[in-house]
Write a protein that binds this ligand. Structure first.
Ligand code: PPS
Length: 287
């Protein structure tokens, strides 16, 4: 199926119609934030699910019950997804934890007034590409990626769901409300998960004992988290996500792009990256 059939355009970017029908987008537009809300913001395939595990465990001080009993999409709902309407988010006690794939310019008026806390997770765009390429090949609500060359042009051009990686990152790293945002990299979580848990807990005003930090990090390493059926998307019907084609928790490493890019693809990607990021001063882990 084509983009026209599967996607709608919301605030200038493609969103999958199935997950984000008009009433969900309206709900999200009207949503009232609280200052102590925690918002996990990501471009897709940058570490959303990982954070949906880490943050609830920081809030619960290492009690595994929430992550072992509630699916990640209800535990930390995406505000723009259809399920958000059903979950009674207005009644949830603080601190509420949400996820969104929105660009900063897509956030609603309440966000800019209230300035809730934001965890902005970034990942090497080449790995985001590789993860997305596999995901688009197994998720039926997305347009089939075609060849890697074809999908690369769409990725670099931003004609995929949630638009351009470059615009997403530039929008959030350039946000005025920097004091309410913690920037964190997938690669730093891979390199030092314990240190990352500590850093996030401190930002959330919830310092943890070394034992609890250790317990959270141990539960959240890829091989352990992959076993959690509340987080590995095995509860999603096969006609929606065919994990026989590619698992949702696929590899969980930094640098897998090197196993997939040809020399020509690497050059093409580098040249567009250089052009689109030419005015950006921010220090990324992959530069
Ligand atoms: S989505 O669809 O936007 O919610 O996807 P998202 O969760 O952002 O990204 C999926 C990728 O994150 C990897 N992942 C992890 N890596 C390391 N450790 C842990 N615990 C972990 N949990 C999820 C997941 O495997 C996807 O990356 P790839 O490269 O495809 O393996």
């Amino acid at each position: 199926m084509t983009e026209a059939e599967l996607y709608s355009v919301y605030k200038g970017v493609y969103v999958p119609k199935d997950l984000h029908p008009p009433e969900s987008l309206k709900y999200c537009e009207d949503f009232a934030f609280r200052p102590d809300d925690v918002l996990i913001v990501t471009y897709p395939k940058s570490g959303t699910t990982w954070m949906q595990e880490v943050v609830p465990l920081i809030v619960s001080e290492g009690d595994l019950t929430p992550v072992l009993t509630v699916p990640n999409w209800d535990r930390v709902p995406w505000l723009e997804e259809h399920r958000a309407i059903l979950l009674g988010l207005e009644q949830r006690p603080s601190p509420r934890v949400f996820a969104t794939h929105f660009h900063r310019h897509m956030m609603n008026e309440s966000y800019f007034k209230t300035k809730p806390r934001v965890l902005y997770v970034m990942r090497n765009p080449k790995d985001v590409f590789t993860s997305s390429f596999h995901y688009y090949g197994m998720a039926s609500y997305l347009v089939n990626p075609g060849s890697q060359d074809e999908f690369m042009e769409k990725f670099l051009d931003g004609t995929i769901i949630f638009g351009s990686w470059f615009d997403h990152v530039k929008g959030w790293i350039g946000a005025e409300e920097q004091e309410s945002i913690l920037h964190i990299f997938y690669e730093e979580m891979i390199a030092d998960l314990k240190g990352s848990v500590e850093k996030i807990a401190k930002f959330l005003g919830k310092p943890l004992s070394p034992d609890v930090t250790e317990k959270i990090a141990e539960h959240c390493v890829f091989k352990n988290m992959k076993q959690n059926k509340m987080s590995n998307f095995s509860l999603v019907p096969e006609q929606y996500m065919d994990q026989k084609k590619s698992e949702f928790m696929r590899k969980g490493i930094a640098g897998d792009w090197k196993n997939h890019f040809t020399e020509a693809q690497q050059q093409r990607f580098n040249s567009v990256y250089k052009d689109k990021m030419r005015d950006v001063k921010f220090k990324f882990t992959w530069d």
